[in-house]
Design a protein around this ligand. Structure first.
Ligand SMILES: *Cc1c(COP(=O)(O)O)cnc(C)c1O
Length: 405
């Protein structure tokens, strides 16, 4: 059969191929991993801030947002701050972490969990994850503390993280913290609304942090909060977060202060987002269920893609749906194959967090673990998980995943 009488015109062919490539990449709207999703009330609250000229830092929406956070989580006290990172930094300051100290931190996390340790001139000591929740493994936490104490360096604090919304094994972690009498900080930046048997993430530690950055389950554009049962610590946090002004008519300072408070305009967005938080959690959990169904169908064709089920009593807000792909069990397909196939279609996905003990900047920090988080980093992928994914978005995502597998 003669397919082509003339010699093919490669110039035309290549131009056309480039056009198709660019068209698919840039003409279809981007599907984000997790993008802001506003409700009906944010602009109403922001307008109120403008109408009453409460534009300066602090104001009634800040107080209102703090009350909303307390009511939702059950925390006794909350301070709204400029970011989750600022909240963690204040937590370490309040616990007296100083230059030369050591602080234990989950290795498998975003760098913002560990950076504030270094802001204080202290050294992070990283602890690996366990397989059920991907969070800090209590046995390694215990071993790490025992070893640091044997070296004459008892850690000043422990930072546990609830990654992707999945609660860490807080009962066991808190027991280790209590055994050695070391204060526990919960990094619940990704876990607002997650709980264990009804106790909300953000209420387990001595000081606990939330984030409202742009891609979190709710966002104020940027912001964070510090939660605690200890009202004195939160009062101190508010003091330090507003430049540590002594009680005097002039500006007088007995402590180094920070400009870490949330503004009234930003808090107005937060109050609007709190109205829809439960809907956002339901939507993210529905995303997870949809992926479970999709990968159930794919696995029935001879693949073995794993999701992360909730342990008994654990409730995840499913901030991001994550999968792990072992190429040995998936006909050689790697998570990079999946990520790149989605990327060509302008769909964002992302490898799981690169563990902190593998980060160049933390190369010298001690680490206690067995490689669990390294394997997760090698094989894991975060899938588009926004609460605002539409019917067409899902068609595109399912088409690519169906094609790859
Ligand atoms: C987002 C995040 C933070 C930092 O919060 P910001 O508000 O962005 O400063 C800290 N820890 C974890 C695990 C996060 O995901």
């Amino acid at each position: 059969m003669i397919l082509c009488q003339k010699k093919p015109d490669w110039g035309v062919f290549i131009t056309f191929a480039l056009y198709v490539n660019i068209r698919t990449k840039y003409m279809k709207p981007k599907i984000w991993l997790s993008s802001p999703h506003m409700g009906m009330m944010e602009q109403v609250f922001v307008k109120e801030a403008f109408d009453t000229n409460w534009i300066a830092p602090l104001g009634p929406h800040v107080n209102g947002f703090e009350a909303d956070l307390q009511a939702f989580t059950g925390a006794s006290h909350a301070a709204a701050l400029s970011s989750g990172t600022a909240a963690l930094h204040l937590a370490l300051i309040l616990l007296g972490v100083k230059a030369g100290d050591e602080v234990i931190c989950q290795s498998f996390t975003f760098s913002a969990s560990a950076n504030p340790i270094v802001y204080q001139g202290a050294t992070p000591v990283f602890v690996d994850s366990e397989k059920d929740t991907w969070n800090m493994r209590p046995e390694y936490l215990d071993a790490a503390i025992a070893d640091r104490i044997a070296k004459g360096r008892k850690p000043k604090a422990i930072i546990a993280v609830h990654l992707y919304g999945m609660p860490a094994k807080m009962e066991a972690i808190a027991a280790v913290a209590a055994k050695y009498d070391i204060p526990l900080i919960e990094d619940a930046a990704e876990a607002l609304g997650s709980h264990i048997n009804g106790q909300m993430c953000g209420t387990f530690g001595k000081l606990n942090i939330l984030s409202f950055n742009g891609n979190k389950i709710i966002t104020t554009s940027g912001g964070g909060a510090l939660l605690s049962e200890d009202g004195e610590l939160i009062a101190k946090a508010r003091f330090l977060a507003t430049q540590a002004r002594d009680n005097a008519p002039h500006y007088q300072h007995s402590y180094i202060g920070y400009n870490y408070r949330m503004s009234n305009v930003v808090a107005a967005i937060g109050r609007g987002q709190m109205v829809v938080l439960n809907e956002r959690i339901a939507a993210r959990r529905a995303n997870y269920e949809r992926y479970v169904k999709l990968f159930g169908e794919i696995n029935a064709k001879g693949f073995h893609i794993e999701l992360l089920p909730e342990p008994e009593g654990f409730f995840s807000n499913r901030w991001l749906t994550t999968i792990t792909i072992d190429p040995a069990k998936n006909k050689g397909i790697t998570r990079e194959d999946v990520r790149l196939a989605l990327d060509v279609e302008n769909i964002e996905s992302r490898p799981l967090w690169k563990p902190m003990h593998l980060q160049p900047v933390f190369a010298d920090a001690p680490f206690y673990g067995d490689g669990t988080s390294e394997k997760l980093f090698d094989q894991g992928l975060c899938l588009p998980s926004g609460s605002n994914l539409g019917v067409e978005d899902w068609m595109r995502i399912e088409e690519v995943l169906g094609r790859v597998f």
